[in-house]
Design a protein around this ligand. Structure first.
Ligand SMILES: Cc1cc2nc3c(=O)[nH]c(=O)nc-3n(C[C@H](O)[C@H](O)[C@H](O)COP(=O)(O)OP(=O)(O)OC[C@H]3O[C@@H](n4cnc5c(N)ncnc54)[C@H](O)[C@@H]3O)c2cc1C
Length: 425
């Protein structure tokens, strides 16, 4: 049992929790970080270097857009990011092409988006404006983006929230951290330790009780922690699993209005980069492959020459794979690649050196991959971040009100903003 004045308990050692903890200890507060797992990072999950030949990321991998908080951290840590480069290939009826089959209709989509006065779901947009047979490729492409990129359910996803992403492209582009997200995580954890944050792992928080102007935090194993303020920085679906003071129950009900999608991420390491030529095309600088295979999206580590392919299955289509265990998912991935590249699956299997699969929906401390905006999300975020000076604040990527919710940047920025609210009190 830890006690002290201005003692802040942060629940969840992901990007948001670590960022908040660092900021608060830098300002002289006493911070205890309670984490359910035996590691920091949450949905940032670097794997051991020996498995894939580098610290492959089983969770977040790219920096999206301008990401000012992320880039600031990288700079102070002396780390760098490399803009992603390489070609995007589409597999259209078995043929490899650089052209997106929907490209010709994108202009029409942009025209409709530019004139929309009221928000609507992606499904409603497609039904209302693009139901004709001539728009089949556009519908596939839009659904591919919404499900594959945003891990979102088109029946719930807000067009307004996505329109800037679709029309504006990614300001600042996409990049990878040199060394992977693991090096950024190492920096944050080292900073927290150096400033005296006390970590308690395998601490699954089950309840937060408001007592005598402070809080008592209860863990599943019976341990309790006493503090003045709690920052709850757990993934959105986990908020409902923690018993909160009665005054907050209505507030937490707003989580239902924020979408939270799933991702199954497969990492396959082969003996060699066997995919560099196909149908007479030179694919040696290929980054992404978009196909209609069961695992539709794949990417390479280009420009690095690691012989690793990453498979990506996201959004509602992941439901169909719930019954598959890790071995079956790897087989599904290999079969998808065999189909895309017209190779015998046995050949690919023989060349496979290592594989790692995470179905994030089955992870008990994530219960999915990341959030997306529905028509009611902005209002729900207002409710969830409302703070009357009481002992519990909520933080995390899903609470971020900027453009790129669902990202590491969103989590870092949310953690920072939550810490500043406490410091400004
Ligand atoms: C497969 C995948 C790929 C992604 N790709 C990208 C990408 O390329 N770029 C990008 O920017 N973002 C990406 N993301 C999203 C990004 O990883 C998240 O938005 C971000 O890491 C979330 O940080 P967080 O601190 O809000 O939550 P988390 O990282 O989930 O941290 C929350 C912590 O709370 C802990 N916890 C949960 N319940 C309890 C409890 N009861 N008691 C104590 N602790 C608890 C968890 O174990 C976890 O450590 C990806 C996510 C996934 C899953």
């Amino acid at each position: 049992m830890a006690e002290g004045r201005d003692h802040i308990i942060v629940v969840g050692a992901g990007a948001a929790g670590l960022m908040a903890a660092r900021e608060l200890t830098s300002a002289g507060r006493q911070v205890t970080l309670l984490e359910a797992r035996d590691r920091c990072g949450g949905r940032i999950h670097p794997l051991a270097e020996d498995v894939f030949g580098y610290r492959a990321d089983a969770g977040a991998e790219f920096i999206h857009g301008e990401a000012p908080v992320t880039y600031r951290l990288l700079k102070e840590a002396g780390l760098s990011a490399q803009p992603i480069e390489g070609e995007r290939w589409h597999v259209d009826n078995g043929a490899f092409t650089r052209n997106d089959p929907a490209d010709r209709q994108m202009e029409r989509l942009h025209q409709v988006l530019a004139t929309l006065k009221e928000d609507l779901t992606v499904t409603a947009l497609l039904d209302r404006h693009f139901s004709g047979a001539e728009f089949a490729a556009l519908r596939d492409s839009v659904l591919g983006m919404v499900q594959g990129y945003d891990a979102a359910d088109p029946d719930r996803a807000s067009v307004f929230a996505l329109r800037e992403e679709w029309m504006g492209g990614e300001r600042g582009g996409q990049a990878r951290i040199v060394g992977g997200y693991g090096v950024l995580l190492d920096h944050l954890v080292a900073e927290c330790r150096a400033r005296g944050v006390s970590f308690a792992f395998q601490s699954v928080v089950t309840a937060i009780e408001s007592v005598d102007g402070g809080v008592t935090v209860h863990c599943r194993d019976g341990r309790t922690h006493r503090g003045d303020t709690v920052i709850l920085a757990v993934p959105l679906p986990l908020l409902q699993s923690i018993a909160l003071p009665p005054s907050m129950r209505g507030q937490v009900a707003a989580t239902a209005d924020i979408g939270f999608g799933n991702v199954i991420k497969l990492l396959l390491r082969f003996g060699r980069r066997w995919w560099t030529t196909m149908q007479g095309h030179d694919l040696s600088d290929m980054l992404f492959i978009l196909s209609d295979a069961e695992v539709p999206v794949w990417w390479t580590q280009h420009p690095s020459d690691h012989a690793v392919l990453t498979g990506w299955l996201a959004g509602p289509p992941t439901d169909a794979f719930q019954a598959l265990d890790e071995t079956m998912l790897i087989e599904t991935g290999l079969a998808a690649l065999a189909g895309i590249f017209d190779k015998p699956v046995t050949v690919l299997r023989q060349d496979l050196l290592a594989a790692h699969v995470t179905d994030w929906g089955k992870d008990p401390f994530a219960r999915g991959a990341y959030s997306y905006a529905t028509l009611a999300t902005r209002r729900a975020q207002d409710v969830l971040t409302r703070w009357d000076g009481g002992p519990v604040l909520i933080s995390g990527e899903a609470l971020y009100q900027g453009r790129d919710m669902g990202t590491v940047e969103a989590a870092l920025a949310s953690g920072l903003a939550t810490a500043h609210r406490i410091l400004a009190r």
